[in-house]
Design a binder for this molecule. Structure first.
Ligand code: FE2
Ligand code: FE2
Length: 267
């Protein structure tokens, strides 16, 4: 059974597309739905997560209790899970990290958030780290149409970059996990723009030749943002990184606004 606090947090998460207030305002949270090992019923937990390239990491701390959390037992029995990031959800396969990989990743997460280390001190079990790997399928929000999908993915980038900006501004030095957060969003943006440049843009121009000029201008912005992303990847860890992130956020948000204004009527 969920306690009241958790149930309320999940309700708030669902009502606000993944944004919650209070102590978790600047946390990355997801809803993990597993299949109950004993009941066979869907069970949803709300967890802090960490970006890690193509996968997402969660930690089975259970507040440092002697027992693993129920969701961990469930995914050992059935690793097929659903991940809900608030803006969109996707099916994933849960992979438990083992041995030195688990230890290295856990150390990185403790560096990012010493609370995990405090939980580990309270228990003799090794706190599990689980990677959630997205299963192949339609892109986020595709079931709600191309226009909705574009808005959702843009909102996710805006949200992630503003979180990273806060994290970089408050941490004197960039820890290993924060560098990974940065590189993950760079990869995600690169992937998104490549998809638009090679798929969406040519398809739109073919259907609507009057869009040629506006799509050309959007493409120029993709090229400019690609340069900024390259610079950012190079500067991750250097003191100038905050300025670079501010520049990226300014240019990217302007691009996303223009792209939505120009293309949404055609999607
Ligand atoms: Fe774009
Ligand atoms: Fe876009």
């Amino acid at each position: 059974m969920l306690n009241d606090f958790t149930a309320r947090l999940i309700d708030e998460f669902r009502a606000n597309a993944g944004q919650v207030g209070g102590p978790f305002e600047n946390s990355r949270l997801l809803l993990l739905t597993t299949t109950g090992a004993r009941t066979g019923q869907p069970r949803t937990a709300i967890l802090t997560y960490y970006p890690d390239g193509a996968r997402t990491l969660v930690v089975g701390s259970a507040g440092g209790s002697p027992k693993h959390p129920a969701w961990y037992h469930n995914l050992l029995a059935d690793p097929e899970v659903t991940v809900d990031l608030g803006l969109f959800s996707y099916p994933a396969t849960a992979v438990v990290l083992r041995g030195s990989e688990r230890d290295e990743v856990f150390a990185r997460l403790v560096e990012a958030d010493p609370g995990w280390g405090e939980y580990q001190k309270k228990t003799t079990r090794a706190i599990p780290v689980v990677a959630l790997e997205q299963r192949p399928g339609p892109p986020p929000g595709a079931d709600r149409g191309f226009g909705e999908a574009l808005k959702i993915i843009h909102a996710a980038f805006r949200r992630e970059l503003s979180l990273i900006r806060k994290e970089v501004a408050t941490s004197g030095t960039l820890g290993a996990q924060l560098r990974i957060n940065c590189l993950t969003v760079c990869q995600g943006l690169h992937f998104h723009h490549t998809g638009e440049s090679t798929g969406l843009f040519p398809a739109l121009v073919q259907q609507h030749p009057e869009l040629t000029e506006v799509v050309d201008a959007l493409q120029v912005e993709h090229d400019q943002i690609a340069v900024l992303l390259g610079e950012l990847e190079r500067l991750v860890g250097a003191p100038e990184v905050l300025d670079q992130i501010d520049e990226l956020i300014a240019q990217l948000n302007a691009h996303l606004d223009r792209e939505e204004a120009a293309l949404l009527p055609y999607l």
